[in-house]
Design a protein around this ligand. Structure first.
Ligand SMILES: Cc1cc2nc3c(=O)[nH]c(=O)nc-3n(C[C@H](O)[C@H](O)[C@H](O)COP(=O)(O)O)c2cc1C
Length: 393
Protein backbone atom coordinates (compact mmCIF):
# COMPACT_ATOMS: atom_id res chain seq x y z
CA UNK A 1 0.00 0.00 0.00
CA UNK A 2 1.45 3.41 -0.88
CA UNK A 3 1.57 5.96 1.92
CA UNK A 4 -0.98 8.00 -0.03
CA UNK A 5 -3.60 5.24 0.03
CA UNK A 6 -6.31 6.17 2.53
CA UNK A 7 -6.88 3.59 5.27
CA UNK A 8 -10.50 2.57 5.24
CA UNK A 9 -12.04 2.18 8.67
CA UNK A 10 -14.96 0.29 7.14
CA UNK A 11 -12.48 -2.38 6.07
CA UNK A 12 -10.36 -2.36 9.20
CA UNK A 13 -11.09 -5.48 11.30
CA UNK A 14 -12.96 -4.94 14.54
CA UNK A 15 -12.53 -6.82 17.80
CA UNK A 16 -15.75 -7.97 19.49
CA UNK A 17 -14.91 -9.89 22.64
CA UNK A 18 -12.92 -12.89 21.47
CA UNK A 19 -14.07 -12.45 17.87
CA UNK A 20 -12.50 -10.45 15.08
CA UNK A 21 -14.77 -9.40 12.25
CA UNK A 22 -12.84 -8.95 9.00
CA UNK A 23 -14.54 -5.61 8.41
CA UNK A 24 -17.30 -3.39 9.81
CA UNK A 25 -19.99 -4.21 7.28
CA UNK A 26 -22.95 -5.88 8.97
CA UNK A 27 -25.79 -7.49 7.08
CA UNK A 28 -28.85 -6.30 8.97
CA UNK A 29 -31.50 -8.83 10.03
CA UNK A 30 -34.14 -9.31 7.35
CA UNK A 31 -37.28 -11.43 7.81
CA UNK A 32 -37.78 -13.72 4.84
CA UNK A 33 -41.12 -15.40 5.60
CA UNK A 34 -39.53 -18.52 4.13
CA UNK A 35 -39.16 -20.81 7.13
CA UNK A 36 -40.68 -24.24 7.48
CA UNK A 37 -42.27 -24.84 10.88
CA UNK A 38 -39.86 -22.25 12.27
CA UNK A 39 -36.79 -23.95 10.84
CA UNK A 40 -34.51 -22.69 8.07
CA UNK A 41 -34.76 -23.89 4.48
CA UNK A 42 -32.42 -23.92 1.50
CA UNK A 43 -33.62 -20.38 0.91
CA UNK A 44 -31.77 -19.24 4.02
CA UNK A 45 -28.58 -21.00 3.01
CA UNK A 46 -28.51 -19.24 -0.35
CA UNK A 47 -29.88 -15.91 0.90
CA UNK A 48 -27.43 -15.59 3.80
CA UNK A 49 -24.64 -17.44 2.01
CA UNK A 50 -24.50 -14.85 -0.77
CA UNK A 51 -23.72 -12.12 1.78
CA UNK A 52 -20.77 -14.06 3.21
CA UNK A 53 -19.54 -14.66 -0.34
CA UNK A 54 -19.85 -10.92 -0.98
CA UNK A 55 -17.42 -10.09 1.82
CA UNK A 56 -19.56 -8.88 4.75
CA UNK A 57 -17.91 -9.02 8.16
CA UNK A 58 -21.02 -10.05 10.08
CA UNK A 59 -24.11 -11.70 8.62
CA UNK A 60 -27.27 -11.53 10.69
CA UNK A 61 -30.06 -13.95 10.09
CA UNK A 62 -33.55 -12.56 10.47
CA UNK A 63 -35.46 -12.06 13.71
CA UNK A 64 -35.81 -15.59 15.04
CA UNK A 65 -38.62 -16.34 17.47
CA UNK A 66 -37.91 -17.74 20.91
CA UNK A 67 -41.40 -19.26 21.09
CA UNK A 68 -43.71 -20.57 18.35
CA UNK A 69 -46.36 -18.00 19.34
CA UNK A 70 -43.68 -15.31 19.15
CA UNK A 71 -43.54 -15.62 15.35
CA UNK A 72 -45.27 -12.95 13.33
CA UNK A 73 -46.56 -15.50 10.81
CA UNK A 74 -46.40 -19.23 10.24
CA UNK A 75 -43.52 -18.62 7.83
CA UNK A 76 -41.30 -16.73 10.26
CA UNK A 77 -38.06 -18.13 11.63
CA UNK A 78 -37.82 -19.68 15.07
CA UNK A 79 -35.34 -21.36 17.36
CA UNK A 80 -37.82 -22.74 19.86
CA UNK A 81 -37.06 -26.42 19.44
CA UNK A 82 -33.92 -28.51 19.28
CA UNK A 83 -34.85 -29.80 15.82
CA UNK A 84 -34.11 -26.30 14.45
CA UNK A 85 -30.46 -26.45 15.45
CA UNK A 86 -28.89 -28.62 12.69
CA UNK A 87 -30.39 -26.50 9.90
CA UNK A 88 -28.93 -23.30 11.33
CA UNK A 89 -25.61 -25.01 11.99
CA UNK A 90 -25.29 -25.98 8.32
CA UNK A 91 -25.82 -22.36 7.28
CA UNK A 92 -23.44 -21.00 9.91
CA UNK A 93 -20.68 -23.42 8.91
CA UNK A 94 -21.04 -22.12 5.37
CA UNK A 95 -20.95 -18.44 6.43
CA UNK A 96 -17.86 -19.02 8.53
CA UNK A 97 -16.12 -20.93 5.75
CA UNK A 98 -16.49 -17.74 3.67
CA UNK A 99 -15.03 -15.48 6.33
CA UNK A 100 -18.21 -14.00 7.85
CA UNK A 101 -19.29 -14.12 11.47
CA UNK A 102 -22.73 -15.71 11.79
CA UNK A 103 -25.10 -13.71 13.98
CA UNK A 104 -28.63 -14.30 15.17
CA UNK A 105 -31.28 -11.84 16.26
CA UNK A 106 -33.69 -13.46 18.67
CA UNK A 107 -37.09 -11.97 19.28
CA UNK A 108 -40.75 -12.33 20.11
CA UNK A 109 -43.51 -10.67 18.12
CA UNK A 110 -45.92 -10.42 21.06
CA UNK A 111 -49.15 -8.77 19.92
CA UNK A 112 -47.81 -8.57 16.37
CA UNK A 113 -48.11 -12.34 15.94
CA UNK A 114 -50.79 -14.42 14.23
CA UNK A 115 -50.42 -12.49 11.00
CA UNK A 116 -49.27 -12.66 7.40
CA UNK A 117 -46.34 -11.44 5.33
CA UNK A 118 -45.77 -7.84 4.15
CA UNK A 119 -46.93 -8.80 0.65
CA UNK A 120 -50.23 -9.94 2.22
CA UNK A 121 -50.51 -6.57 3.94
CA UNK A 122 -49.44 -7.88 7.37
CA UNK A 123 -53.12 -8.82 7.80
CA UNK A 124 -54.22 -10.86 10.80
CA UNK A 125 -55.01 -14.55 10.27
CA UNK A 126 -58.72 -15.31 9.97
CA UNK A 127 -61.13 -18.24 10.08
CA UNK A 128 -60.54 -18.65 6.36
CA UNK A 129 -56.82 -19.17 7.00
CA UNK A 130 -57.82 -21.74 9.64
CA UNK A 131 -59.68 -23.71 6.95
CA UNK A 132 -56.41 -23.80 5.01
CA UNK A 133 -54.49 -25.15 7.98
CA UNK A 134 -53.27 -21.85 9.43
CA UNK A 135 -55.51 -21.04 12.38
CA UNK A 136 -55.03 -17.73 14.21
CA UNK A 137 -53.31 -18.11 17.55
CA UNK A 138 -53.57 -16.33 20.88
CA UNK A 139 -50.97 -13.58 20.97
CA UNK A 140 -49.46 -12.18 24.16
CA UNK A 141 -48.29 -8.77 25.28
CA UNK A 142 -47.72 -6.53 28.26
CA UNK A 143 -51.40 -5.50 28.26
CA UNK A 144 -54.48 -6.64 26.36
CA UNK A 145 -54.26 -3.88 23.76
CA UNK A 146 -54.45 -4.91 20.09
CA UNK A 147 -51.94 -3.58 17.57
CA UNK A 148 -54.70 -2.19 15.36
CA UNK A 149 -58.41 -2.29 14.52
CA UNK A 150 -58.23 -5.67 12.84
CA UNK A 151 -55.45 -7.14 14.96
CA UNK A 152 -56.20 -9.82 17.56
CA UNK A 153 -56.43 -8.77 21.20
CA UNK A 154 -53.35 -10.13 22.99
CA UNK A 155 -53.46 -11.86 26.33
CA UNK A 156 -51.67 -9.83 29.03
CA UNK A 157 -48.91 -12.07 30.37
CA UNK A 158 -49.23 -13.06 34.03
CA UNK A 159 -46.17 -13.02 36.28
CA UNK A 160 -45.80 -16.81 35.97
CA UNK A 161 -46.09 -16.55 32.21
CA UNK A 162 -43.47 -13.81 32.13
CA UNK A 163 -41.10 -16.22 33.88
CA UNK A 164 -41.79 -18.79 31.15
CA UNK A 165 -41.16 -16.22 28.43
CA UNK A 166 -37.84 -15.24 30.04
CA UNK A 167 -36.89 -18.93 30.17
CA UNK A 168 -37.69 -19.28 26.46
CA UNK A 169 -35.15 -16.53 25.64
CA UNK A 170 -32.55 -18.39 27.67
CA UNK A 171 -33.30 -21.67 25.90
CA UNK A 172 -33.19 -19.95 22.53
CA UNK A 173 -29.77 -18.52 23.38
CA UNK A 174 -28.49 -21.97 24.36
CA UNK A 175 -29.78 -23.41 21.08
CA UNK A 176 -28.24 -20.53 19.14
CA UNK A 177 -24.85 -21.26 20.71
CA UNK A 178 -25.32 -24.93 19.84
CA UNK A 179 -26.14 -23.92 16.26
CA UNK A 180 -22.78 -22.16 15.96
CA UNK A 181 -23.78 -18.53 16.05
CA UNK A 182 -21.03 -16.23 17.34
CA UNK A 183 -23.13 -13.14 18.00
CA UNK A 184 -26.60 -12.92 19.50
CA UNK A 185 -28.82 -9.84 19.39
CA UNK A 186 -31.81 -9.22 21.65
CA UNK A 187 -34.53 -7.62 19.52
CA UNK A 188 -36.14 -4.94 21.67
CA UNK A 189 -37.25 -2.70 18.79
CA UNK A 190 -39.95 -2.30 16.14
CA UNK A 191 -43.01 -2.73 18.33
CA UNK A 192 -42.43 -6.38 19.19
CA UNK A 193 -42.89 -7.92 22.63
CA UNK A 194 -39.99 -6.24 24.42
CA UNK A 195 -40.84 -2.88 22.89
CA UNK A 196 -44.47 -3.49 23.96
CA UNK A 197 -43.23 -3.71 27.54
CA UNK A 198 -41.03 -0.62 27.14
CA UNK A 199 -43.65 1.68 25.71
CA UNK A 200 -46.25 3.33 27.94
CA UNK A 201 -48.55 3.16 24.92
CA UNK A 202 -48.74 -0.62 25.11
CA UNK A 203 -47.76 -1.30 28.71
CA UNK A 204 -50.50 -0.34 31.17
CA UNK A 205 -49.48 -2.84 33.84
CA UNK A 206 -49.56 -1.90 37.49
CA UNK A 207 -47.16 -4.60 38.66
CA UNK A 208 -43.35 -4.69 38.73
CA UNK A 209 -43.20 -4.93 34.91
CA UNK A 210 -45.10 -1.71 34.24
CA UNK A 211 -45.47 1.83 35.46
CA UNK A 212 -42.35 3.98 35.40
CA UNK A 213 -39.39 3.53 33.09
CA UNK A 214 -37.66 1.21 35.54
CA UNK A 215 -40.69 -1.10 35.64
CA UNK A 216 -41.17 -1.06 31.87
CA UNK A 217 -37.48 -1.85 31.31
CA UNK A 218 -37.54 -4.75 33.78
CA UNK A 219 -38.44 -7.50 31.30
CA UNK A 220 -35.88 -6.40 28.69
CA UNK A 221 -33.14 -6.24 31.28
CA UNK A 222 -34.04 -9.62 32.79
CA UNK A 223 -33.87 -11.07 29.30
CA UNK A 224 -30.52 -9.43 28.61
CA UNK A 225 -29.25 -11.00 31.84
CA UNK A 226 -30.43 -14.52 31.04
CA UNK A 227 -29.20 -14.32 27.46
CA UNK A 228 -25.81 -13.06 28.61
CA UNK A 229 -25.69 -15.86 31.19
CA UNK A 230 -26.50 -18.51 28.60
CA UNK A 231 -24.22 -17.10 25.90
CA UNK A 232 -20.59 -18.29 25.74
CA UNK A 233 -18.20 -15.99 27.60
CA UNK A 234 -16.16 -13.92 25.19
CA UNK A 235 -18.87 -13.90 22.53
CA UNK A 236 -20.78 -10.64 22.35
CA UNK A 237 -24.44 -9.85 23.01
CA UNK A 238 -25.96 -7.07 20.93
CA UNK A 239 -29.28 -5.29 21.45
CA UNK A 240 -31.49 -3.55 18.90
CA UNK A 241 -33.85 -0.87 20.09
CA UNK A 242 -36.15 1.75 18.64
CA UNK A 243 -34.33 4.91 19.68
CA UNK A 244 -37.52 6.93 19.19
CA UNK A 245 -40.92 5.46 18.49
CA UNK A 246 -42.55 8.50 17.03
CA UNK A 247 -45.70 8.18 19.10
CA UNK A 248 -45.83 11.72 20.41
CA UNK A 249 -42.58 11.47 22.26
CA UNK A 250 -43.69 8.67 24.58
CA UNK A 251 -40.31 7.03 24.10
CA UNK A 252 -37.48 9.50 23.65
CA UNK A 253 -33.75 9.50 23.09
CA UNK A 254 -33.31 10.19 26.79
CA UNK A 255 -35.10 6.91 27.54
CA UNK A 256 -32.92 5.19 24.96
CA UNK A 257 -29.77 6.39 26.69
CA UNK A 258 -31.07 5.10 30.05
CA UNK A 259 -31.94 1.71 28.56
CA UNK A 260 -28.66 1.38 26.65
CA UNK A 261 -26.73 2.22 29.82
CA UNK A 262 -28.63 -0.39 31.86
CA UNK A 263 -28.19 -2.98 29.10
CA UNK A 264 -24.46 -2.26 28.94
CA UNK A 265 -24.20 -2.77 32.71
CA UNK A 266 -25.70 -6.24 32.15
CA UNK A 267 -23.26 -7.19 29.41
CA UNK A 268 -24.60 -5.79 26.13
CA UNK A 269 -21.57 -4.78 24.07
CA UNK A 270 -23.17 -3.36 20.94
CA UNK A 271 -26.37 -1.38 20.45
CA UNK A 272 -28.17 -0.91 17.14
CA UNK A 273 -30.41 2.13 17.12
CA UNK A 274 -33.40 1.77 14.85
CA UNK A 275 -36.75 3.50 15.29
CA UNK A 276 -40.50 3.10 15.28
CA UNK A 277 -42.83 0.14 15.08
CA UNK A 278 -44.92 0.54 18.21
CA UNK A 279 -47.73 1.51 15.88
CA UNK A 280 -47.79 0.35 12.25
CA UNK A 281 -45.42 -2.14 10.60
CA UNK A 282 -42.24 -3.10 12.39
CA UNK A 283 -40.01 -1.41 9.87
CA UNK A 284 -41.96 1.87 9.51
CA UNK A 285 -39.62 4.67 10.56
CA UNK A 286 -41.17 7.71 12.19
CA UNK A 287 -38.27 9.86 11.06
CA UNK A 288 -37.72 11.20 7.53
CA UNK A 289 -36.02 8.53 5.47
CA UNK A 290 -32.99 10.44 4.33
CA UNK A 291 -29.67 8.60 3.90
CA UNK A 292 -28.38 7.64 7.33
CA UNK A 293 -31.61 8.55 9.10
CA UNK A 294 -30.64 6.81 12.34
CA UNK A 295 -27.00 7.89 12.50
CA UNK A 296 -27.48 10.66 15.06
CA UNK A 297 -29.09 8.14 17.45
CA UNK A 298 -26.12 5.78 17.12
CA UNK A 299 -23.80 8.72 17.69
CA UNK A 300 -25.50 9.90 20.86
CA UNK A 301 -25.67 6.43 22.41
CA UNK A 302 -22.03 5.80 21.50
CA UNK A 303 -20.86 9.03 23.11
CA UNK A 304 -23.08 9.12 26.21
CA UNK A 305 -23.15 5.42 27.04
CA UNK A 306 -19.68 4.57 25.77
CA UNK A 307 -20.92 1.44 24.12
CA UNK A 308 -20.26 0.34 20.54
CA UNK A 309 -23.06 1.18 18.14
CA UNK A 310 -24.20 0.14 14.71
CA UNK A 311 -25.64 2.72 12.32
CA UNK A 312 -28.42 1.45 10.08
CA UNK A 313 -30.93 3.05 7.74
CA UNK A 314 -30.48 3.97 4.11
CA UNK A 315 -26.72 3.79 4.10
CA UNK A 316 -25.90 2.72 0.57
CA UNK A 317 -22.79 4.63 -0.48
CA UNK A 318 -19.35 3.37 0.58
CA UNK A 319 -18.04 6.89 1.17
CA UNK A 320 -21.02 7.70 3.37
CA UNK A 321 -20.46 4.53 5.41
CA UNK A 322 -16.78 5.38 5.75
CA UNK A 323 -17.53 8.96 6.79
CA UNK A 324 -19.88 7.81 9.59
CA UNK A 325 -17.10 5.68 11.04
CA UNK A 326 -14.39 8.29 10.52
CA UNK A 327 -16.51 10.87 12.34
CA UNK A 328 -16.90 8.51 15.28
CA UNK A 329 -20.68 8.32 14.93
CA UNK A 330 -20.80 4.51 15.02
CA UNK A 331 -18.51 1.49 15.14
CA UNK A 332 -20.14 -0.58 12.43
CA UNK A 333 -22.48 -0.06 9.50
CA UNK A 334 -25.47 -2.28 8.86
CA UNK A 335 -27.15 -2.56 5.48
CA UNK A 336 -30.38 -4.33 4.68
CA UNK A 337 -32.07 -3.44 1.38
CA UNK A 338 -28.83 -2.47 -0.34
CA UNK A 339 -27.53 -5.99 0.27
CA UNK A 340 -30.63 -7.36 -1.45
CA UNK A 341 -29.78 -5.18 -4.41
CA UNK A 342 -26.11 -6.04 -4.41
CA UNK A 343 -24.97 -8.92 -2.17
CA UNK A 344 -21.37 -8.21 -3.23
CA UNK A 345 -21.63 -4.66 -1.89
CA UNK A 346 -18.69 -5.12 0.52
CA UNK A 347 -16.25 -6.08 -2.24
CA UNK A 348 -17.50 -3.25 -4.47
CA UNK A 349 -17.28 -0.79 -1.58
CA UNK A 350 -13.75 -1.91 -0.79
CA UNK A 351 -12.76 -1.20 -4.37
CA UNK A 352 -14.28 2.26 -4.22
CA UNK A 353 -12.47 2.96 -0.95
CA UNK A 354 -9.19 1.86 -2.53
CA UNK A 355 -8.70 -1.11 -0.25
CA UNK A 356 -5.82 -3.18 -1.60
CA UNK A 357 -6.73 -6.79 -2.43
CA UNK A 358 -10.42 -5.98 -2.36
CA UNK A 359 -11.05 -9.01 -4.54
CA UNK A 360 -9.90 -11.25 -1.70
CA UNK A 361 -13.24 -10.50 -0.04
CA UNK A 362 -14.79 -12.77 -2.68
CA UNK A 363 -14.43 -16.55 -2.79
CA UNK A 364 -11.19 -17.73 -4.41
CA UNK A 365 -13.10 -19.31 -7.28
CA UNK A 366 -14.42 -15.84 -8.18
CA UNK A 367 -11.41 -13.77 -7.16
CA UNK A 368 -8.91 -15.76 -9.22
CA UNK A 369 -10.75 -14.95 -12.44
CA UNK A 370 -11.50 -11.38 -11.54
CA UNK A 371 -7.86 -10.71 -10.68
CA UNK A 372 -6.85 -12.00 -14.13
CA UNK A 373 -9.46 -9.71 -15.64
CA UNK A 374 -8.06 -6.78 -13.66
CA UNK A 375 -4.52 -7.60 -14.86
CA UNK A 376 -5.69 -7.67 -18.47
CA UNK A 377 -7.53 -4.40 -17.98
CA UNK A 378 -4.46 -2.76 -16.47
CA UNK A 379 -2.22 -3.93 -19.33
CA UNK A 380 -4.77 -2.78 -21.92
CA UNK A 381 -5.13 0.60 -20.26
CA UNK A 382 -1.35 0.99 -20.11
CA UNK A 383 -1.04 0.09 -23.79
CA UNK A 384 -3.79 2.49 -24.78
CA UNK A 385 -2.09 5.13 -22.68
CA UNK A 386 1.26 4.48 -24.45
CA UNK A 387 -0.34 4.60 -27.90
CA UNK A 388 -2.25 7.75 -27.17
CA UNK A 389 0.85 9.22 -25.53
CA UNK A 390 2.97 8.25 -28.56
CA UNK A 391 0.62 9.98 -30.99
CA UNK A 392 0.49 13.04 -28.84
CA UNK A 393 4.30 13.23 -28.59
C1 LIG B 1 -36.91 -7.43 4.04
C2 LIG B 1 -36.65 -6.77 5.37
C3 LIG B 1 -36.81 -7.50 6.54
C4 LIG B 1 -36.48 -6.94 7.78
N1 LIG B 1 -36.51 -7.72 8.90
C5 LIG B 1 -35.98 -7.25 10.05
C6 LIG B 1 -35.78 -8.10 11.16
O1 LIG B 1 -36.00 -9.32 11.10
N2 LIG B 1 -35.29 -7.54 12.31
C7 LIG B 1 -34.97 -6.21 12.39
O2 LIG B 1 -34.55 -5.75 13.44
N3 LIG B 1 -35.12 -5.40 11.33
C8 LIG B 1 -35.59 -5.89 10.17
N4 LIG B 1 -35.65 -5.09 9.07
C9 LIG B 1 -35.08 -3.73 9.16
C10 LIG B 1 -33.64 -3.72 8.65
O3 LIG B 1 -32.80 -4.56 9.41
C11 LIG B 1 -33.05 -2.28 8.60
O4 LIG B 1 -32.96 -1.80 9.91
C12 LIG B 1 -33.88 -1.34 7.75
O5 LIG B 1 -34.30 -1.96 6.54
C13 LIG B 1 -33.10 -0.09 7.40
O6 LIG B 1 -31.91 -0.42 6.72
P1 LIG B 1 -31.75 -0.29 5.11
O7 LIG B 1 -32.09 1.12 4.74
O8 LIG B 1 -30.30 -0.61 4.86
O9 LIG B 1 -32.68 -1.26 4.46
C14 LIG B 1 -36.03 -5.60 7.84
C15 LIG B 1 -35.93 -4.86 6.66
C16 LIG B 1 -36.21 -5.43 5.44
C17 LIG B 1 -36.05 -4.61 4.18
Amino acid sequence: MSSNTPVSLLFTPIQLGSLTARNRVVVSPMCQYSSNDGGPTDWHLVHLGQFAMGGAGIVFCEETAVEARGRKSYHCAGIYKDAHVPGYRRINDFLRSHGAIPAIQIGHGGRKGSGCSPWEGYRALTAEDAREGHPPWQTVSASAIPAGDKAPTPHALTLDEIREVVASWREAALRAAEAGYDIIEVHAAHGYLLHQFLSPLTNRRDDAYGGDLEGRMRLVLEIVEVVRGAWPAGKPVFMRMSAVDGSNGLWTMDDTVVLARAAKARGVEVVTTSSGGITGPGTAAPVPRVPGYHVTYAERVRKEVEVMTIAVGLITEPRHAEEILQKGQADMIALAREMLWNPHWPAHAARELQVPDYLDLLPLSYAWWLKRREDIRRVTEAEVGRTVGGKQA
